[in-house]
Design a protein around this ligand. Sequence first.
Ligand SMILES: Nc1ncnc2c1ncn2[C@@H]1O[C@H](COP(=O)(O)OP(=O)(O)OP(=O)(O)O)[C@@H](O)[C@H]1O
Ligand SMILES: [Mg+2]
Length: 476
Amino acid sequence: MSRGTILVVDDEPNILRTVKTALRVEGYDTDTASTGNAALERLQSRAYDLALLDVQLPEVNGLEVLRRVRAQGLDVPVIVMSGHGTIEMALQATRLGARDFLEKPLSTDRLLLAIGNALEVARLKGELQELKEAAGPAAALLGDSAVMRELRDRVRLAASASAPVLVTGERGTGKELVARAIHDGSKRASHTMEKLNCAAVPHDLIESELFGHEAGAFTGAVRERKGKFERASGSTLFLDEVGDMPQPMQAKLLRVLQEGEVERVGGARTLKVDVRIVAATNRDLAADVAAGRFRADLYYRLNVVPIHIPPLRMRRDDVELLVGAFLPASCRANDRAPKTMTRAAVTLLARHAFPGNVRELKNLIERLVILTPDEAITEEDVRMALPAVAGATSTARDGTWAPGIGWHKLMETAERDLVLRALDHFKGNATHAARDLGLERSHFYKKMRALGIKRPGAHDAHDAPDADDGDDDENA
Ligand SMILES: Nc1ncnc2c1ncn2[C@@H]1O[C@H](COP(=O)(O)OP(=O)(O)OP(=O)(O)O)[C@@H](O)[C@H]1O
Ligand SMILES: [Mg+2]
């Protein structure tokens, strides 16, 4: 197996020949060029593992070749060699990004050592890059849907700036995760992100929480205390549930954001702070502004970079990937042997509306991991764990007789099970399910209504309705 392909550039044929032979013996593939222009052409057209570059070359000299290669953004490792080397030349080569500088006549040992080192450095750099990409701040945001990929790009862009970000999305969509990713990807990442949940702090304490207080500022303020703003200086302040911030505080917050200075409660001094604000809310802040519940000027100040996370039911493609991540993590966290989930189970899950979004899915997986004794989590296990879809009563869930259940209850359970299974099989298409059961479609709908069964996903207003939706109210 080849250890890599090396471009050898020299205008002396016998040097090309000897170097080629020495490299081939060591298991490297080689290519050669004898002018600067030929070298440039080769380097642009092929991804070499390394280039060995002589300085004295016809047309364009070796250092100029190196400069142009770097200017084009090519980062092939280069070793420069020269028969008339000066320290000045070696320095220049290094400045241009050469890995090593070799004097001619070349010693084969020295050459091979330099090549081995340069390739090793390149390999490590590649690995590091891969690790960085894999573990990058936005990488915590799982999801392969187009929306999630776009979201990650946006998070990266927001991270590289300092402007305020407003993260919006339903509960459990990952707003805090996004805020952390922005902080972790920013130049402020070496400081800890401060967080204030505006909905969780009593209104009369928010001011002191945010801006701090001097000793004796109010009853109970025994000692001076730094506020979140002061502590977040040089870092990020995450204002969670910002829509719940009381009106008087909105005005004060706006002033701090405009002036970059805070004043502790009961204090006379102003303190300069350098804080990046990431705010989040699951409310429709624009509507709150329109209704006069939230200050418009503060809204615009916070909403410089808007990041909206769509609900999970709008990106059902992500469910499978999230299950793939949460399942093993949940097994590990709960000391369970690794479990799998059947295809049908994942399909059923993906059709759930998830009003609690990713958090609901995560908790659901955890429940399934704890409660399912078998290695494989099946459709039936999921159906049991999803009351909204299954609509099942806990008694006689499997439709078998037990003392005291009674005929009607038993029949109802059996019917519900039958209808759900048929719907499930036909992906929620009631027309197909009815036809398969040999029932009039209207009769089937009536049954569904009587059993209180919504078609899976039917509570999702954003999904395109089936063609047969319009007949919902038809009578039998
Ligand atoms: N895209 C995602 N990839 C992986 N985990 C996610 C993702 N989105 C959310 N989570 C996980 O779901 C849970 C809820 O996320 P988070 O607390 O960030 O949501 P939130 O929008 O702030 O919720 P709330 O509105 O209830 O405060 C967390 O455990 C988080 O790690
Ligand atoms: Mg949150």
